[in-house]
Design a protein around this ligand. Structure first.
Ligand code: ATP
Ligand code: MG
Length: 717
């Protein structure tokens, strides 16, 4: 008999075990960070397979990322061996939906060989459609249309089902959407959003097929349920049989994809949709120390819209969460790099350390610092700073200004932003250059005065050359190279092109600002460009794994579900985190999502979490005074250690650049203190004193003023 408890179950607490062993009927595991939700899901999968309740291909298992899917597959094969290979339906929503769509493509007018368009193709197509409809693509960009269509698809709306209020370009929304879908069909293609949308169409219009899948999928498991959107939710409903063997795990406090259409309501709806659903709460956290949980718990308690839950841990060892203010972003990066080296000396492996940022522009300072100190690192979920397309574009401009022979730079930006120089013309120019042993730019200069090119190509090329000449003159006449960079980005139309992009334009603009700022640290353009090639080269070397792996740099969004012994959380400043957009927005929705993101960040740490903020950041060559994030204020003093002892950077007046502080009252003086800060100053437990910056940060409650802004004496002495 099989009376003995299998190994995989014995490590679980009673609630976790209940979640694993309640295999029949709907189960919702609603629990805070680090309580073992993902572990429950993995174990449940193993349990169902080990007890013969289903075969691997009868399980539908949905994770949030491909990486998470891979990890789950690995863990399962440890538990049950090679059978794990049969888990055909384990993956992300997109990957599973794509598989289903391939089998029934003809039902939505596609062939099973359909291609999935990337965003470039998608936008090119939308541009054609916009132009065909005589819509000004500067005002209504292909990118913004792509964004709108994506949101519609996230909500499960086909063109026919588009509600009246939803629109694009004054009444043309539905027509454009329908035209786009038709065009995709003739191309035998679909976009990412279609994967689920077509699934919904197939499953809701073909009862027999839906029934086939409902019979096939004996058990359904879903991780990170709080971040499912409407389309994903409807899809799950269509695939769930009446026996309803569906287990979803999630945490409303970690819902961070509202901006992409995720609906926390899906959690609340679960009990209504599945009457008799068993709701299991896990309260013991196995990941973090008491101080980390205490800090995270107090933080998230400031949110109004939440279900509320308790978390506890047996681990009351460990240090308080460190909070530290720095003079500026570079000082912050310098100190974090030093602390990483220090941790390494104490035996912590690089791979056990993470730097989690709110926005990708923050990564640059860390990458450069790590390169300089030969600390191996990896940027997870995105290219490294200098490898980003917008940074490469900017570099291409400045390189071409510096040297006309740089054909690669020429090729990269001659038609970015679009100036009507077609691919054919570009390759013709490059070809002619190679034939004659001269640069493409020389050919262009020659073509300007001949009639070998049609006028519609010649004019934009002529303007392009004039622009380059003008910018080069600026450089020659002593305009600082970083200012020239700014001018180039603005006058070339590059900035406007990014501004028009509602999806990721802002991120790219932030990265470009960061680029301009980093250029200021070099006296000449030449030395800057040398530095860049060096960094790029070293970065490549750094990729060779050291035995202790690499420090992970990633965004907070990308860190969901992961854990690290040591976590750095830099840039906790108003306008950075919470983001300016969430502050400007009406209502609390955006801010509460930012706070959940902060909660996700802190709860990634197992033993050590270190939060920091800088008093200054340079933006477009101007020092900007930063206010510490309101989230810093929300941390309870009993779990936080404001660091005051060592090496924070205190520049002498000579080193100090001209700043707004020189003629203005401090952001932190009562004069400038925003209402929300004043209002809570008297009630807040975490009062660090009125000077509160860097060396002056201290615990205690002597002062009713509650601010971290630098005191004048700290910088003027
Ligand atoms: P998140 O909300 O961040 O996704 P989670 O609830 O999914 O967290 P897991 O990642 O599954 O939590 O677990 C957190 C950590 O606790 C992991 O290292 C896991 O191995 C460990 N853990 C979970 N349950 C137990 C247990 N019963 N005994 C010991 N360790 C456990
Ligand atoms: Mg998890």
């Amino acid at each position: 008999g099989r009376v003995q408890t299998p190994d995989y179950l014995s490590g679980l607490n009673p609630e976790q075990r209940e979640a694993v062993e309640t295999t029949e009927g709907p189960v919702l595991v609603l629990a805070g960070a680090g309580t073992g939700k993902t572990r429950v899901l993995t174990t449940r999968l193993a349990h169902i397979l080990a007890t013969g309740r289903a075969r691997p291909w009868e399980m539908l298992v949905v994770t949030f990322t491909n990486k998470a899917a891979r990890e789950m597959r690995e863990r399962i094969s440890h538990l049950i061996g090679p059978d794990a290979e049969g888990l055909r339906w384990l993956g992300t929503f997109h990957s599973v939906a794509a598989q289903i769509l391939r089998r029934h493509a003809e039902l939505v007018g596609l062939q099973s060989s359909f291609t999935i368009l990337d965003t470039d193709d998608q936008e090119r197509l939308l541009k054609q459609l916009l132009e065909a409809a005589n819509i000004d693509t500067k005002k209504h960009t292909p990118k913004s249309l792509a964004g709108a269509i994506d949101q519609w698809k996230n909500r499960g709306w086909t063109p026919e089902k588009l509600p009246p209020g939803e629109d694009f370009a004054e009444g043309k929304g539905q027509k454009l959407y329908a035209a786009y879908q038709n065009r995709l069909r003739t191309l035998n293609a679909c976009d990412f959003g279609d994967l689920l949308l077509h699934n919904l169409t197939i499953l809701s219009q073909n009862a027999d097929i839906a029934e086939e899948y409902r019979r096939r999928f004996k058990y359904i498991l879903v991780d990170e349920y709080q971040d499912t959107n409407v389309a994903q939710y409807l899809w799950l409903r269509l695939l769930t049989s009446s026996s309803g063997n569906v287990c979803c795990v999630g945490d409303d406090d970690q819902s961070i994809y509202g901006w992409r259409g995720a609906e926390v309501d899906n959690i609340l709806r679960f009990e209504r949709d599945f009457p008799g659903a068993k709701v299991i709460r896990l309260e013991q956290n196995y990941r973090s120390t008491a101080h980390i949980l205490g800090a995270a718990g107090a933080l998230i308690a400031a949110n109004k819209e939440r279900l509320g839950k308790q978390l506890w841990t047996e681990d009351d060892s460990g240090d308080k969460v460190r909070v530290r203010g720095f003079w500026d972003g570079d000082a912050e990066a310098r100190m974090i790099a030093e602390e990483i080296e220090d941790a390494r000396r104490r035996g912590i492996a690089y791979k056990d350390i993470a730097v989690l940022v709110r926005a990708s522009f923050q990564m640059r300072a860390f990458e450069e610092r790590f390169v300089m100190l030969a600390i191996p690192y990896k940027v997870i979920g995105g290219p490294r700073f200098f490898e980003r397309a917008e940074i490469r574009d900017a570099h291409a401009y400045i390189r071409l200004i510096q040297s006309e022979a740089d054909d690669l730079a020429f090729e990269r930006i001659v038609n970015v932003p679009k100036r009507g120089v077609g691919d054919t013309s570009v390759s013709k120019i490059l070809h002619m250059g190679r034939e004659n042993g001269v640069s493409a730019m020389q050919i262009v200069r020659h073509l300007m005065t001949s009639d070998e090119l049609p006028g519609r190509t010649r004019t934009p090329l002529t303007n392009f050359v004039r622009d380059l000449d003008r910018w080069r003159d600026l450089l020659k006449t002593g305009t600082p190279h970083w200012q020239v960079m700014e001018t180039v980005l603005d006058e070339s139309g590059y900035t406007d092109m990014q501004k028009a992009d509602k999806t990721s334009g802002q991120t790219r603009l932030d990265n470009l600002k960061e680029l301009v700022q980093s250029m200021q640290q070099f006296d000449t353009l030449q030395s800057y460009l040398e530095h860049v090639s060096l960094v790029m080269d070293l970065e490549r070397n750094a990729e060779e794994e050291s035995s202790s792996g690499s420090v992970q740099i990633m965004t907070l969004h990308g860190a969901k579900g992961l854990e690290f012994p040591l976590v750095f959380l830099p840039g906790w400043e108003e306008g950075v985190f919470p983001s300016q957009r969430s502050i400007d927005e009406k209502g609390i929705k955006g801010l509460e999502e930012e706070r959940r993101l902060a909660y996700v960040g802190v709860t990634r740490a197992k033993r050590d979490a270190r939060i920091s903020f800088a008093a200054n950041r340079m933006v477009y060559g101007r020092w900007q005074t930063q206010m510490p994030s309101r989230f810093v204020d929300e941390l309870p003093i009993e779990h936080v250690e404001p660091q005051s002892d060592t090496g924070y950077y205190s520049p002498t007046p000579a080193q100090r650049p001209q700043s707004r502080w020189d003629d203005k009252p401090f952001a932190g003086s009562s004069h400038d203190t925003p209402g929300w800060k004043r209002a809570q100053a008297s009630s807040n437990k975490a009062i660090y004193g009125d000077t509160g910056f860097g060396a002056n940060l201290h615990g205690g409650n002597a002062s009713a003023r509650n601010t971290y802004a630098p005191a004048r004496k700290a910088i003027v002495e």
